[in-house]
Design a protein around this ligand. Sequence first.
Ligand code: UPG
Length: 476
Amino acid sequence: MSTDVFDLSAAKMRDKGMSEVSINQFKQLYETWERGDAKACVREKDVTPLKDVPRTKDIHDTMDMDMALDAFSRTAFIKLNGGLGTSMGLEKAKSLLPIRRHKARRMRFLDIIMGQVLTARKRLGVPLPLIFMNSFRTSRDTMRAVKQDRRFVQNDVPVEIIQHIEPKIDADTGRPVDFPANPDLEWCPPGHGDIFSTIWETGLLDTLKEQGIDYLFISNSDNLGARPSRTLAGYFAQSGAPFMIEVAERTEADRKGGHIVIDKATRHLILREMSQVDPHDRSSAMSIRKHPYFNTNSIWVRVDALRDKLTEYNGVLPLPIIENRKTVDPTDPSTRPVVQLETAMGSAATLFEGAICVQVDRMRFLPVKTTDDLFIMRSDRFHLTDSYEMEDGNYDFPNVQLDERYYKYIADFDERFPYGVPSLAAANSVTIEGDWTFGRDVTLYADAHLSDRGRSSYVPNGQYVGPQGIEPDEWV
Ligand code: UPG
């Protein structure tokens, strides 16, 4: 493929009125992909594992809280909100999905995020600007929901920045794909690593600097555990590091997502996503003994350091590329195969000399990637406190496996839990096979298991479900 082929994408982007920064970014992604470097892996032999990362709990015990408050008063809170919950069959931002009721209000991720920010502002008297990075797909709905909350006021700093879009590439020809049936599907967001060029282009760093902001805390909007933290702001400020990644101890359940390793040659941090693991290194990379921490995707960045880095690279950081192969209509496998070129936010750590990691407890990592996660989040395992913390006794959650055929998509899931999800307080694990609809006040306990009866089945009101299925007597 030649540069002329890339020019077709550039022309398509210009026609859509896209900026030169976005075109330059896409050019960098495209050329890397064309060279075959998108498949470049981070080899085990070239890295050392990350070990002995300081724990937040120990940091908290020795923290000077006045200093921490000062750092926190100079922090902005940014939420990555550009992704759609497509893996759960959603066509809007995942953050608009209801999680639970609280004081008669239906709470979505977004309400909880805003509640967390408003609580921190009020209790600690800090400005804590909240900024969503939306995509063309999530902006309208998200902003409408933000405006509904009259308590939320923010005048000097924009509440959203809108990330770039890029053409999906026809996997066979390298050209921008055509899909007249739904031209919107010809475009995609370039991954959460796009945050940096978006921040650059919107001039957000200057606005924040004028408002006295020195630190950014950026995290996934689907992680309600990534709350504002005075202690972590203090630790980051005190460390003098330009960039900090929150990592958490990996469990056997954390097979997806990325982990942090150290480059043997440069000693810089590297984020290794599972897609960047060479097949020969798979068992090492999966080993939680060898690589005990994973990336929560919550990062802290110094405004000055980021501005310097973005200036050095003209607004487009040279981040490793992730090649995401799909069909142009991801819900229809018969449509044309495409490549979506993406970058990951945490991979920028490599560019910052002196970047560090900090170990956080599970309470700061409560992601909802699948309806299995949502099942736990909506259950009585959690209690939403008045300061909008998702609280659980020990944050040690049951392993949940709901039959993908009936529960993977949110509409199917909701249909089968018309009275809300069952009690999980006494459940060690949950396996549901087959098509089960649940009545009111059902309790799952121990290793709760329902097996497939080959037809739609019902768990009646008030029943207990344990390792042997519905107990004490079989109904259905
Ligand atoms: N997002 C955007 N724009 C994009 C893509 C994603 O804003 O173009 C947002 C998305 O809405 C979500 C967040 O970014 O809030 C994370 O996106 P997702 O696709 O869910 O990322 P993951 O595959 O979960 O992986 C990230 C990190 C991984 C880490 C994991 C922790 O890449 O290293 O372990 O988050 O949940």
